[in-house]
Design a protein around this ligand. Structure first.
Ligand code: GTP
Ligand code: MN
Length: 250
């Protein structure tokens, strides 16, 4: 039998395919602007984060203090999955500029427009570019571009549910990412990682956590391993659920 991964790696010599563990799809990093230009559709998303000077609102549980000094924002999307603000950059569908800096500029503008549509702020921010990738074998269809932007703690605090409700019907919730693992080794980040994520958002999240050093590689690896175990256990169980009437309680 052919080893598909190998074939894929050979086909894309300057890049390597990596499986986004939560999805059946593999993604391939893309640093080649010539290839990027060929994609019909471009989507760009942004990770908003902030860092408090000292841990605020520590969460106490069983006398363990779990400070959340770094806050990462994710959305609960209309389809029930977690993702980042952003979306399709329609401006790039008709014409792609010939220089990479100009291309990045348009992506940035697009991601800011989406940010404003979905969150009611961010029109004038300039998120920094992190990386681009595409679903394996679909480089001509779609490119996924990723950005990060650091907010001040008070900007993070000021993000208002009201403005999101009024600007977007795509967003049904907001969430901070629990950037810790609790004493049982399960709750916290590992449990959060068992949610459903849009596209390769989970990979984008973990990459940024590592890139910025929010958590160590060992912590991230452990959290993903535990998440896999939980997912496997869930999938393997008897999925029958009996509803019981609790009307007698009322
Ligand atoms: P519409 O205007 O309603 O079409 O949506 P949009 O422009 O806001 O696009 P959306 O945010 O849904 O993102 C476009 C594509 O990227 C979708 O096919 C999603 O599956 C995917 N997607 C959504 N969120 C994320 C994310 O956080 N990361 C990645 N990589 N993909 C995402
Ligand atoms: Mn969107």
């Amino acid at each position: 039998m052919m080893d598909n991964t190998k074939v894929l790696e050979e086909e894309t010599s300057s890049t390597s395919a990596h499986k986004c563990p939560w999805m059946p799809t593999s993604y391939v990093d893309c640093t080649d602007f010539e290839l990027m230009k060929k994609a019909k559709i471009h989507a760009a998303h942004v990770l908003l984060w902030s860092r408090d000077e000292k841990p605020v609102s520590p969460y106490h549980y069983d006398d363990i203090e779990l400070p959340m000094q770094t806050k990462i924002l994710m959305q609960v999307r209309f389809d029930g999955s977690f993702g980042f603000p952003g979306g399709f950059v329609d401006e790039l569908e008709s014409k792609v500029p010939s220089s990479f800096p100009k291309f990045l500029e348009l992506l940035q503008q697009g991601v800011c427009r989406e940010l404003f549509e979905e969150m009611g702020f961010g029109r004038d921010t300039s998120p920094s570019y992190v990386y681009s990738c595409h679903p394996a074998g679909r480089e001509k269809d779609v490119m996924l571009h990723f950005f990060m932007f650091q907010l001040t703690p008070s900007q993070m605090k000021a993000i208002s549910w009201g403005s999101i409700i009024s600007t977007s019907d795509e967003v049904v919730g907001l969430s901070l990412v629990p950037l810790y693992t609790m004493k049982d080794g399960i709750r916290g980040l590992p449990t959060f990682l068992t949610n459903s994520f849009a596209g390769n958002a989970v990979e984008q999240l973990l990459r940024c956590i590592l890139k910025q050093g929010f958590l160590s590689e060992v912590e991230v690896r452990k959290a993903t391993e535990v998440a896999f175990k939980i997912l496997k256990k869930r999938g393997g169980g008897d999925l029958k659920f009996e509803f019981q009437s609790h009307t007698h309680i009322l």
